[in-house]
Ligand binder design. Structure first.
Ligand code: TEU
Ligand code: CA
Length: 555
């Protein structure tokens, strides 16, 4: 495999609204990020993915862009952005911005023009269709609930398509001019010295141009729009073109938010000449979801299914490329709450989870706050901000759940869990802002915060630092990056174990992911214990006696 600059890197996602507020307006901003670059450097981060900071009416917190060439004043200025790129570069940190090009905002001038004159050139920038007798052209259901079709204001029988909120009209990728505009914009940003892009919702850009109804999958008579992207072909043309026109010339790192990838497509997506450098491994952290709705799920995430999904992903990817391994992001509940039963939450369980994640084959992507073990918050209904949560609350209530049950469901799932302000210290609002934060701070900030963990040798934060240093160490980085992955002890109830092998070197990770002790009989001899989360490892002959949530890496 040809080596790439990003193969051995560790990445970190910032949700800018909630990371650090520099001017006391309660909203995180770019200067706030700059002020924390030392912290990120010390953690061992090489790549920073910043969720959208472009100009936006913020219906979906920046995933609705009204000007791709402007920074939203909420986050700062273009000078701030340039400064961030420059300052980060001094620390060998590459910046990824968030590329949201499946859709833009309904306030983008393109859409404003399309509304004025749907027959004109900007009408072709979107999917505008005539209704069927005044009704929506198809029965597709949007990701956030309701039809993907919305009446074009001021026009009787015309509808436009939006896969997400109605304020996020889908861009027409079939139109070569739209693609030109997008590629131009991507290159403009890469010229500034970005490391690359995370690419939002990209599997949705190809539509079914026959505009046929799908078999209904709910009482509303509609069918989830993701099913459209699963059945159409032709997306590869767009993705290859974008790669060749934009990413290749800049040697940029591109990571696609690509879900539902079929096995035979992996090479095309992330192989040596794939459309993207990488894609996220969502399956292992979606094992708790039993349907597309919030209400269909098991909690916490079942261990066995998580392990199975991980092994399956590792197997189908093999050495073809690298997926990005995550336990959480801005669209998920907190990993520490999802993977660990509440009564077991603590240093050992969190550090075990971290080690399992970080020693797998693939690129580690951390999400802000994960490195201190931030977890879900107990919400009141009125405190939720996220539009997806609101719509899913409705779905649960309409399905006959009581308001309390619906609230409990949202407490588990809500994307707001990941979006509470970063917990920097035990002062007011966790040191995130000198004003009032836009979203409540998790009440546990006095216990769980960066400042406290900085000075505590055995803290989650210091563990993450050691773990990242281990992953990137001269001695082990080759094997941890390129080594083959093989599952181990799959017949054991609560053991997560695997080997990494490169030439004659071999590492084995064994984790007892449960609150009970466990005993494992080793099948081979090992020379060294090289990474642990307990001070002592108990080995009697070939029997490894494991404490609750103990993890060991042997050589
Ligand atoms: O998410 C795309 C997506 O498919 C979502 O439906 C996601 O699965 C869901 O939010 C999980 O709960 C991306 C962004 O990550 C998300 O924040 C945006 O809201 C969405 O695109 C629209 O831009
Ligand atoms: Ca601010």
């Amino acid at each position: 495999m040809k080596k790439q600059w990003w193969h051995e890197k560790v990445a970190y996602q910032i949700y800018p609204k909630s990371f650090m507020d520099s001017n006391g307006d309660g909203i995180g901003d770019i200067q706030g990020i700059i002020s924390k670059l030392d912290y990120l450097e010390k953690l061992g981060i090489d790549i920073l993915w910043i969720s959208p900071v472009f100009q936006s009416p913020m219906v979906d917190n920046g995933y609705d862009i009204s000007d791709y060439y402007a920074i939203d004043p909420m986050f700062g200025t273009m000078d701030d952005m340039d400064q961030l790129i420059t300052e980060a570069k001094k620390k060998n940190i590459s910046i990824l911005m968030d590329l949201v090009v499946n859709h833009c905002s309904s306030e983008h001038p393109w859409f404003q023009e399309a509304m004025k004159n749907p027959e004109g050139p900007y009408g072709e920038f979107f999917y505008i269709k005539d209704g069927k007798d005044g009704k929506a052209p198809t029965n597709w259901r949007s990701y956030f609930g309701g039809s993907v079709w919305e009446k074009l204001p001021g026009h009787d029988n015309k509808f436009y398509l939006h896969s997400f909120a109605k304020e996020q009209p889908d861009l027409n990728w079939e139109n070569p001019l739209v693609r030109e505009k997008i590629y131009e914009m991507i290159c403009w940003w890469l010229e500034k010295g970005l490391g690359g892009f995370r690419i939002d919702a990209i599997m949705n850009i190809k539509k079914d141009l026959t505009w046929e109804n799908l078999p209904a999958d709910g009482p509303d008579g509609m069918a989830d729009v993701y099913k459209v992207s699963q059945r159409v072909s032709g997306i590869e043309k767009f993705l290859m073109e974008m790669k060749e026109r934009c990413f290749d010339p800049y040697d940029a790192f591109s990571i696609g938010e690509a879900m539902f990838l079929k096995e035979d497509n992996i090479k095309n997506f992330i192989g040596e000449n794939g459309y993207f450098s990488s894609i996220f491994a969502f399956e292992p952290c979606h094992a708790y979801r039993k349907g597309k709705n919030y209400k269909e799920y098991v909690w916490p995430q079942p261990f066995k299914e998580w392990r199975e999904e991980t092994f399956h992903n590792q197997k189908i990817i093999g050495n073809t490329g690298f997926e990005a391994n995550i336990i959480e992001n801005h669209d998920q509940p907190r990993g520490a709450s999802l993977f660990i039963p509440e009564e077991d939450y603590g240093f050992h369980s969190i550090s075990a989870l971290a080690t399992i994640l970080m020693c797998q084959r693939g690129l580690p992507f951390l999400y802000q706050g994960q490195e201190i073990g931030m977890c879900n918050r107990r919400w009141k209904l009125s405190e939720f901000d996220d539009l997806e949560t609101m719509s899913q609350y409705q779905v649960a209530v309409e399905a006959g759940y009581s308001s309390n049950q619906a609230l409990e469901i949202c407490r588990h799932h809500s994307r707001d869990n990941a979006r509470t302000p970063m917990q920097w210290n035990d002062k007011e609002y966790a040191g995130f802002t000198a004003g009032i934060p836009w979203l409540p701070v998790n009440e546990n900030y006095k216990e769980i915060n960066v400042e406290k963990q900085e000075v505590q040798y055995g803290s989650v934060l210091n563990f993450y630092r050691r773990l990242i240093a281990f992953r990137k160490s001269e001695k082990y980085k080759e094997i941890l990056t390129y080594g083959d992955f093989k599952p181990l002890y799959q017949e054991e109830e609560s053991i997560f174990a695997y080997t990494r092998e490169l030439e004659e070197k071999k590492l084995v990770l064994i984790c007892n992911f449960s609150g009970q002790p466990a005993e494992i009989t080793l099948t081979e001899d090992y020379e060294n214990v090289i990474f642990v989360n307990y001070q002592q490892t108990t080995m009697i002959g070939k029997k490894l006696q494991m404490k609750p949530y103990e993890v060991v890496v042997l050589e």
